[in-house]
Structures are given as C-alpha cells and as structure tokens.
Design a protein around this ligand. Structure first.
Ligand SMILES: C[S@@+](CC[C@H](N)C(=O)[O-])C[C@H]1O[C@@H](n2cnc3c(N)ncnc32)[C@H](O)[C@@H]1O
Length: 395
C-alpha cells in the first residue's frame, strides 16, 4: 500500500488510489473537451480539505491548473477546479488577468433534438453535451427505508446517487437557467407496534446538495392536493379517533416544488434582452390566469402504469413559467414521460431519461397523443426496438 492509499483508507475516502483520481479527472477533461491537449501531473491527497488534487500540465509540461476531487463523494469540485476558460487561455499562452468584455455575449441556443434515453441518467448525462438544456423539471425516485423495497442500501447512498445526478445536470444546464424539483418528505412506516413511524425530511437534504453543487435557491412553491395525499397512511384516521395531544399528526396534503438556478453573474433580464429570437420571446409570454402566489392547487394524477406520476398540468405550469418556446426541457427521472408530454404540448423540445424499460415502452405506446411531436424524428437511446446507439445527433 502506498502512503496515499493508507491515508485514504484511514479516512474512509471513496477515492482511494492515484489511478481512481486520474480516472475521474480524465472523465472530467473529456466532458470539457480538453482531454486531447491536457496531461496529468501526479495526483496528491489533501487530507486537510478531504480532496484529491490532480495537477494539469500542457503538452510542453507547463503547469496550467488543477482538478480538485472531493475524496468522500468522488465528485469534481467545479468551484475549486481551474476553470475551463482559464485552462484554455493558459494553453494558448495568454495572460488570464483582465478579460476583455465579450461583445457577442448572448444566450446559447441548444441544437439537441427530442431525445428519449433508456438507462441510468448519471451515465446518459455524461454523454449529453455541455450546456445543452434550458430547464430541468423532475421528481426523483423515492428513498424507501425498507431494504426489501429499496434500490439503495442506506439513505446516504441514496443521497450520493442523487448528488451525482444533480452534479451532471449542472453541467448540461445552460447558464443561469432553472432546475425545478418536485419533492416531499418520505414517510417510513413503523415496522412493529413498539416502534413509531418516521418522516425523513428529504427536501432539506436535497437543498444542501443543490447549494453545494453550484445552484442558487430561488423559490419554494407549495403544491396543494385538494383531496389530500396521505390518508392512506392512516395518520388522519388514527388521530381523529383518539384526539390525544402529542399524538397529533397532520395529514400531508402538499408537496414542494423547489426552484433553483444555475449560479451565474447574469441577471434574468439578460436572458430576455439578449434572446436571439424576439418573436419567440413575444410568443412565450405568460398569459392571464397564471399562479400569482406560491401555493398551487392542482389535483394529483394517477396512472395504473406507474405509482408516482405527477399531473401534466403541474409540468405545464413549470414549463410555461421557466422556459421559452423551443427551449430544451430535461427530465432525468422521466417515468411515464409527463414532462415530455407537457414540453411537447407547449412547443418546447424534450430530453427524457428513464431507467425502467417498462416506462420507456409506456412512453412509446402513448407518444402519439402528445401534441407537436413528430415521433419519427425522436432520437431513441438504448431502446431495443429503435436504436442501440448512444447517439446525440444534432439537428
Ligand atoms: C417519481 S418517478 C417520476 C415519475 C414522472 N414524473 C411521471 O410523471 O411519470 C421517478 C422515476 O425515476 C426512475 N429512476 C430511478 N433511478 C433512475 C436513474 N438512475 N436514472 C433514470 N431513471 C431513474 C424510476 O424508474 C421512476 O420511474
């Protein structure tokens, strides 16, 4: 064992070996399209900050920066890593002190076409081009505390997986654009009469992940389901029978929509003023009858094919308020494709990733009901009957 791997072992780091650090760093360089021109120095552990530092050198062996990897989570810390622009300037031998203001500083228009991918979104997102989507709206898989029903061994494992996907989402999201997350606390039922049920405050743990991954908190919207959402848990019934104080437990009838924005120094106004198509901006204006407060009353949706769908009305509101016509809307946990349907109805493009082939099949069977979508032009990824290729064709 090397000294580095002994330290890594002792600290219980996920990234234990020099080779692990190099592999993560080389994936990162591939993503920022610099893998052909940048080489690595020898990665070092910095156990004061619990990270690996991978030095970057140019072809002529000049040091041009470093990639910093969180040793616990194995994620690249983009805040601490030398920025792509700086690396490029240094490779070209330019001074990086004062940058001239760019005159052609306009929002990027994505050239992705409608895409539906079968697979783990963490992997599919690494194949998705940098800054190619304009809005992310999703509801993540639930953490199920009972191991027999859960894909995740512990809650920490679950959060780590979610962090990796949120991290990749940050890479593919366009500058200053929004990530809206539908989420609510999870109820863990009691295993026996001698135990009590528990609620895990999942939204608040996600909030921390978003802030750490480079998003800024914008709003919390409360989705109220007039019919209630938790009667099945028996919470309401039990209390109404006994009425003992301390045993009070309200029936949950809400979920959150947490709104985040990819950090930027640009004002929102910049996206509107500098949008290259003024007609699109005009057509995208939000019509009368929009939600004025952060309490939205919307009936929940049910679908025999999936246990946890959200209503298309909810997705349509989010898409109307947080994107322009023709924008690309991503849902990394697409389920039955509600976000795709809403995007399509509202003349936006969509990118949907889903790990369960039954739901991809459901989407295939129902997509002809979506408005404005030419089914034959969809880019299907890993979907047996259509294509096996990971293939992000441009328009
Ligand atoms: C809460 S559901 C989303 C339902 C969706 N909003 C709808 O209306 O149909 C979460 C979905 O994420 C999928 N999923 C879980 N882990 C995934 C992963 N790593 N990559 C892609 N999809 C995943 C699940 O199969 C599930 O369909």
């Amino acid at each position: 064992m090397t000294k580095k791997s002994i330290v890594a072992e002792k600290r219980n780091y996920r990234v234990k070996l020099v080779d692990d650090a190099k592999k993560i760093a080389s994936e990162y360089l591939k993503n920022i399209e610099l893998s052909k021109v940048v080489r690595f120095g020898l990665p070092e552990i910095d156990d004061r900050y619990h990270c690996w530092r991978v030095p970057l050198v140019s072809q002529n062996k000049t040091n041009i920066g470093e990639i910093v990897i969180d040793a616990f989570s194995s994620l690249v810390s983009e805040k601490k890593t030398t920025q792509k622009k700086v690396l490029e300037s240094r490779l070209l031998g330019r001074k990086t002190g004062k940058r001239k203001k760019r005159t052609n500083d306009i929002p990027k228009i994505s050239n992705l076409r409608n895409t539906i991918g079968l697979g783990d979104s963490e992997a599919l997102l690494t194949e998705t081009p940098l800054e190619s989507v304009d809005l992310i709206f999703t509801s993540p898989p639930y953490y199920n505390a009972r191991p027999e029903y859960s894909d995740f061994i512990t809650y920490e494992e679950y959060l780590l997986k979610m962090r990796k996907i949120i991290h990749q989402c940050h890479r593919v999201l366009n500058e200053g654009r929004f990530f809206v997350l539908n989420i609510s606390p999870v109820l863990v039922r009691r295993a026996s009469r001698s135990e009590s049920s528990k609620r895990i405050a999942v939204p608040f743990d996600f909030h921390r992940l978003f802030i750490e991954e480079g998003y800024e908190f914008i709003d919390d919207i409360i989705w109220v389901k007039p019919e209630g959402a938790g009667w099945a848990t028996g919470r309401g019934r039990r209390f109404s029978a006994d009425r003992n104080p301390l045993q009070y437990k309200p029936v949950p009838v809400t979920e959150y929509l947490l709104v985040y924005r990819k950090k930027t120094d640009k004002l929102i106004d910049w996206h509107i003023r500098k949008h290259p198509d003024k007609e699109i901006v005009r057509q995208s204006k939000v019509q009368d009858g929009y939600e004025v407060t952060n309490i939205w009353k919307i009936h929940p949706a049910h679908n025999k094919a999936h246990p946890a769908v959200f209503p298309v009305e909810l997705a349509e509101k989010v898409i109307t308020y947080y994107s322009f016509i023709n924008d690309v809307i991503l849902d990394p946990f697409a389920g039955t494709g509600t976000v795709g349907k809403a995007a399509s109805n509202l003349k936006r493009r969509f990118v949907l990733f889903e790990i369960n082939s039954e739901y991809i099949q459901y989407i295939k069977n129902n997509i002809d009901k979506w408005q404005n979508t030419d089914v034959s032009s969809i880019n299907w990824i890993n979907s047996e009957s259509v294509s096996y290729q990971l293939n992000f064709n441009l328009e």
